[in-house]
Design a protein around this ligand. Structure first.
Ligand SMILES: Cc1cc2nc3c(=O)[nH]c(=O)nc-3n(C[C@H](O)[C@H](O)[C@H](O)COP(=O)(O)OP(=O)(O)OC[C@H]3O[C@@H](n4cnc5c(N)ncnc54)[C@H](O)[C@@H]3O)c2cc1C
Length: 425
């Protein structure tokens, strides 16, 4: 099997250092959180602040999963339109979920302020770019649906879009001021540190290898120890390993890859997103563009990245820059990486009550910075007994398999690779 390329800009350029231990021997807690991404760290922080005896187990390091590999677009809402949310889970829950996720970026930026998380947070709005007439209709409809529900996104015409992006061939955009960008790994790291400062025991490099319910408590075995907890929150999304494999059936893995350049000089940067907004477009095989605090340009698209398809990706990226941002000139792609997304059948996350005090949330479907942060807190409040299941933004459901899951996975990956192969020619 081909070796995966994974030199993540966010991990290689981060400033903060995080100290934590491997779990050795036995520890007993009220609550165990499994998974150290946005969801798990946000939940752990909430538990710790409520005075719970809580421990977080992370198989690798904070942000190893999607949280440390993503684009960093702190968006409001989900990929699907508000009306589709209401159609899928009913009007009552749909309206509640739309409101909950519309406000979720506020929670992210408030946490950043409250805990002084240094993560290059910018809140100047994101741009959803229309790449075709059909894309333009799609964003017009989306903007209308958001604004009909009390949002205030703006529709930009072609000239206004060009002014903020200097990107050729885009016909318009939604400018959503609720949103912005962050350095996602630093944010995740900051949340984990905040949880630890609030009293959460953090065990990194500590995978949960097995889990059994004995005498009213969960016994979670790790390579060097055992964690005994009354209640457990699984926050492993697309990176679930070793335990409870049934959850994997409820989502389809899909990959997204990114390339980041060397830092560019100011002259070149004038020709790549002068408005400094994070952006993505309406293509089925979507593209994203942003810059980082050091002036690197970062582009992304759907699909995985291996040693043998990396040259095609580089050639695709060069062609894309020539065609879309022609005045930038040649760039050197220093970082290339990919990450796994958990796509649920409806593109809405699933919350599961697996019985006897164990709960799970997964299926963020590529929207996890604000939703993971907000749902981590909501799940913690529910487990703490502060809210009941009827108050949750989503109904709990039983684990259901995505139909034709393997075929769906192959379809996503093959479709994106073929599109790129065709586009790079
Ligand atoms: C390439 C990419 C780009 C994306 N871009 C965006 C974006 O711009 N904006 C946005 O909102 N969302 C984006 N997303 C989605 C977002 O990153 C995810 O939805 C989010 O990170 C999910 O967070 P999480 O905490 O639920 O899971 P994760 O961050 O995946 O964390 C799960 C953790 O669980 C750990 N784990 C698994 N099994 C075990 C075990 N047995 N024991 C202990 N630990 C375990 C893993 O090591 C992992 O660290 C993107 C995702 C990807 C992959």
């Amino acid at each position: 099997m081909s070796q995966q390329v994974n030199n993540t800009l966010w991990a290689l350029s981060r400033n903060s250092i995080f100290e934590s231990n491997i779990l050795k021997g036995e520890d007993r807690v009220d609550v165990a959180v499994i998974g150290g991404g946005f969801t798990g760290t946000s939940a752990a922080l909430r538990f710790a602040e409520a005075g719970s005896n809580v421990a977080l187990l992370e198989a690798e390091y904070s942000g190893f999963g999607g949280s440390g590999r993503n684009v960093g677009l702190t968006n409001a809402g989900l990929w699907i339109n508000p009306e589709d949310v209401e159609r899928s889970i009913g009007k009552r829950y749909g309206e509640r979920l739309n409101d909950f996720l519309s406000a979720a970026p506020d929670m992210v930026y408030d946490l950043i302020d409250e805990h002084n998380i240094e993560c290059d947070a910018v809140r100047n709005g994101t741009l959803h770019l229309a790449h075709s007439e059909a894309g333009l209709k799609a964003i017009e409809e989306r903007a209308w649906q958001i604004n009909a529900r009390g949002g205030s996104v703006m529709l930009l015409d072609k000239a206004e879009t060009y002014k903020l992006t200097t990107a050729e061939n885009y016909l318009g955009a939604i400018h959503d001021m609720r949103a912005g960008t962050i350095q996602p790994l630093e944010y995740c790291h900051g949340l984990m540190k905040a949880a630890q400062n609030a009293g959460c025991k953090v065990y990194t490099n500590t995978p949960a290898m097995s889990i059994r319910h004995k005498r009213g408590r969960w016994h979670i075995k790790t390579p060097k120890g055992i964690l005994i907890a009354e209640r457990v929150l699984m926050a492993t999304n697309a990176y679930l390993e070793h335990i409870l494999p049934l959850i994997k059936r409820s989502y389809t893995p899909m990959h997204y890859c990114q390339l980041a350049s060397d830092p560019l000089d100011d002259e070149k940067l004038k020709h790549f997103l002068p408005g400094k907004n994070g952006t993505w477009d309406t293509r089925t095989v979507m593209r994203s563009y942003r810059t980082d605090a050091d002036g690197r340009i970062i582009i992304g698209t759907i699909g995985n990245i291996f040693m043998d398809n990396a040259p095609i990706l580089t050639s695709w990226a060069n062609k894309m820059i020539r065609e879309t941002f022609p005045d930038v000139g040649p760039v050197n792609w220093t970082y290339k990486w990919s990450g796994r997304i958990a796509c649920s059948k409806s593109y809405i996350p699933n919350i599961h009550d697996l019985g006897r005090g164990i709960y799970s949330i997964s299926g963020f479907s590529g929207r996890g910075i604000a939703p993971g942060t907000a749902f981590g807190r909501a799940m913690a409040d529910f487990i703490l007994g502060r809210t009941n299941s009827r108050d949750m933004p989503l109904p709990f459901n039983t684990v259901k398999s995505v139909p034709f899951n393997k075929i769906r996975e192959i379809y996503y990956e093959t479709g994106s690779q073929l599109t790129r192969l065709f586009d790079h020619l």
